[in-house]
Design a protein. Sequence first.
Length: 472
Amino acid sequence: MRLPDYKEARTRDKRSYKRVDFEIDDKVKNKYKGKNFCLKTYGCQMNEHDSENIKALLVYLGFVPVSDYESADLVLLNTCSIRENAHNKAFGMLGRLKHLKSKRRDLLIGLCGCMAQEASVTSEILERYPFVNFVFGTHNIYQLPNILDKAITDNKQQIEVFSREGDLVEGLPVIRTNNYKAYVNIIYGCDKFCTYCIVPYTRGRERSRKKEDILAEVDSLIRDGYKEITLLGQNVNAYGKDLYSDYNLGNLLEDIAQKEILRIRFMTSHPWDFTDHMVEVLGKYSNIMPSVHLPVQSGSNKVLKLMGRRYTRESYLELFNKIKKTVPSVAMSTDIIVGFPGESEDDFLDTLSLVHECKFDNAFTFIFSKREGTPACKLEDNTTDQEKEMRLQRLNEVVNHYFLENNKKLVGKVILVLVEGLSSKKDNMYFGYSDTNKLINFTSSEPVNSGDLVSVKITEAKTWSLDGEIIN
Ligand code: SAH
Ligand code: SF4
Ligand code: F3S
């Protein structure tokens, strides 16, 4: 048994980590044939992609995926810690599973992902959730076959959570959710330690994958017919810093853009590591999509400082405008937190004025949520919950206004859409995404296939989507 430890998770040093190839014993192949599993994923794209690896490991062991947890032999929750409501969702699910297990003693229950990295969660599971058979952390995914085996044979709760990340494991099996859009991890972890954020503790230090490994994965995706790849990391702009002196995200994007791949995306970018060279590369290649997610969090310099974001309102705007100038068709999106401890009405107004200036195409807005063990937990907070709710509402009104304004500019235009699937059979409605990552619902009298790139004439703008018709 290995329990998480925040002190260790916080440690960053120059110790190098090894790149190792994943190995699995042939003997466990199909060991659990006949059993099925339900994997529930919460949180960000990183977790979604981890779930694609977890699914492949379970399928190797012989399990068959099902979507209904009530009929599953194994239910595994891949959890998220980012805000309190993510926690509540997972614990709510554990409550339902407890009930199910009281009727089905042989049901196996596992928990993994970011919550597993939190000492308070694992100790609660040890004390109050003895029916959970096993817990493993974000650095322990490759150990899943052993952990599961032990949980079954020893019939004792297993907890395996490394707080200090181990080696960088390459070659984990993967079963991708989509046949033409793929996630490719380029960097794990985060060293930014924004004062409100739990990710640096749950995901460990920044560790870049070798460029050769990434490029080989991209090549194999191209061979398999993938049309779009999204380079993933908590802060993709830090890519390469820990491995190379002269190779960064800009170089990687260039190397990938020169390949035969239709669409390249990347997320998420921290403004701090965004270099002029990266901006240049965005403008240079037509297969790098004109869509940049650049979280600002706040428009107030005082709050940005308290958040430890390492940039000012002015330097954010400078970068924002540089990207807009270099890639005129770009759609910019962001994340914003309201109600951070110490945020006054004036600070909040600074955020609103920044939104008026940037006119974002999309924004994810949140109320600050206290995460145990992070520095922001200790800051004095004298804004009431009601005031925070009001600020979120006021902010949402402004961001929504600009989503619609920006979308209206596209009415009458013809845009390229990568088709995702059918949204309504009755009306021959399909849906897909534009290069700027906008959701497009469109009609077509002829059938179109998922993964096709089609031209759509936009007929109507909505706040979160656009309607249109296919042009043949
Ligand atoms: N690595 C990404 C963000 C990952 S978390 C980045 O830095 O851009 C996604 C978003 O969740 C953050 O951008 C932030 O807006 C929000 N978030 C993170 N911690 C939070 C907290 N404690 N309370 C409220 N929102 C939070
Ligand atoms: Fe969290 Fe900041 Fe790292 Fe993003 S950059 S994951 S907000 S610590
Ligand atoms: Fe949540 Fe972990 Fe992602 S905390 S947002 S699942 S990195």
